[in-house]
Design a protein around this ligand. Structure first.
Ligand SMILES: C[S@@+](CC[C@H](N)C(=O)[O-])C[C@H]1O[C@@H](n2cnc3c(N)ncnc32)[C@H](O)[C@@H]1O
Length: 321
């Protein structure tokens, strides 16, 4: 659901005047922005960034500089939201707008900001939008979004998949990645744990495809090996590549809160297209997600390597042309 009605409400009701330039952090879509002058967008999620770019906006994975007004759209990650609010407040001398659904924690963030400075609040579309005059925010909010070493010794930051510790599904797939040879791709590589396990001595080249730019930056720190390449990309829209011997993946299963098996199906189809005729695809998935049909549609041979802890492990080989 677009958040346009909530975003536009303070302007439509004359509570906020448009500024000469607007930075919009993390919008999920164009949300009524086409009516505004000089809009810059910060969006690190490649599919959304591409769609906004195609709609004619200036989009950067991370914006710098100063703006007349900065708007923060909440994500599901509180630490990321706190950091974005603090950054926004440091990037303008004008108003900061914060837009979010109840499910994204807007109520508690509103309380925290209210303890620092007066805010103007509007409720709309199962959420709130509030504005305040830019003012210095606590340093720890800024630091909450920074990269740090996690329990497994890898650099990660809030907002990345399983940033505090390695995902159980990935740990189950890892033993099946020993001795891989040739060109290897990891689809939805995140901060790189799975790829690091697969990078044995016989891998000649490895490409990590990942949609979240911050995760790509973390993966670069976690895999400093000349054989590894990093692509900030949407796996569902990859151009033709030099084919791979092996593709590995722990595919995403949702973008919002609900499970979206079509994402994993798209990853399976992408793997089949990326592989050499005798190539292999190794994948882990939540047990309840229905991927068998997509695997059989894309590959001549499909084998279940194991089923444990709520996960299924598959090896699929010989992609269908
Ligand atoms: C289940 S996580 C696995 C991450 C990592 N491989 C691991 O094992 O920890 C799936 C990853 O896919 C990424 N992703 C989601 N949609 C994507 C897309 N369309 N294209 C590329 N990556 C995507 C997510 O950002 C996330 O990092």
């Amino acid at each position: 659901m677009s958040t346009a009605p909530r975003f536009l409400a303070p302007f439509d009701q004359g509570r906020v005047e448009p500024a000469e330039s607007l930075l919009v952090i993390r919008p999920a879509d164009a949300m009524g922005l086409s009516g505004f002058e000089a809009v810059t967008i910060e969006q690190g999620f490649s599919p959304t960034a591409k769609a906004l770019e195609e709609a004619g906006f200036a989009v950067f994975p991370r914006a710098e500089g100063r703006y007349g007004m900065v708007m923060v759209n909440l994500t599901r990650f509180r630490a990321e939201n706190l950091a974005n609010i603090a950054r926004a407040s440091a990037m303008t001398d004008g108003l900061v707008l914060v837009n979010g659904a109840k499910t994204e924690g807007i109520e508690s963030l509103l309380k925290m900001v209210k303890n620092i400075t007066p805010v103007d609040v509007m409720s709309k579309a199962h959420g709130k939008i509030f504005s305040f005059e830019a003012t210095p925010m606590p340093q720890e909010w800024l630091l909450a979004g920074e990269m740090a070493r996690n329990k497994d010794g890898f650099m990660t930051a809030p907002g990345m998949f399983s940033f505090e510790k390695v995902d159980v599904g990935s740990t189950l797939l890892a033993p099946h990645l020993e001795g891989l040879k040739g060109r290897v791709a990891d689809l939805g590589a995140g901060w790189g744990w799975l790829a690091a396990q697969a990078l044995g001595p016989e891998v000649s080249e490895m490409v990590l495809f990942e949609a979240e730019q911050k995760a790509v930056e973390a993966a670069k720190l976690n895999l400093m090996d000349p054989r590894v390449r990093f692509e900030w990309a949407d796996v569902l829209a990859l151009p033709k590549q030099l084919p791979f011997d092996v593709v590995i993946s722990n595919p995403p299963f949702h973008q919002s809160r609900a499970a979206e098996p079509s994402l994993g199906v798209g990853f399976i189809q992408a793997a089949a297209k990326l592989l050499k005729p005798k190539g292999r695809f190794l994948m882990v998935a939540n047990r309840q997600l229905p991927y068998e049909r997509a695997l059989e549609g894309g590959f001549r041979k499909v084998e279940m390597l194991g089923q444990t802890n709520g996960f299924k492990l598959f090896e699929a080989s010989s992609p269908k042309p």
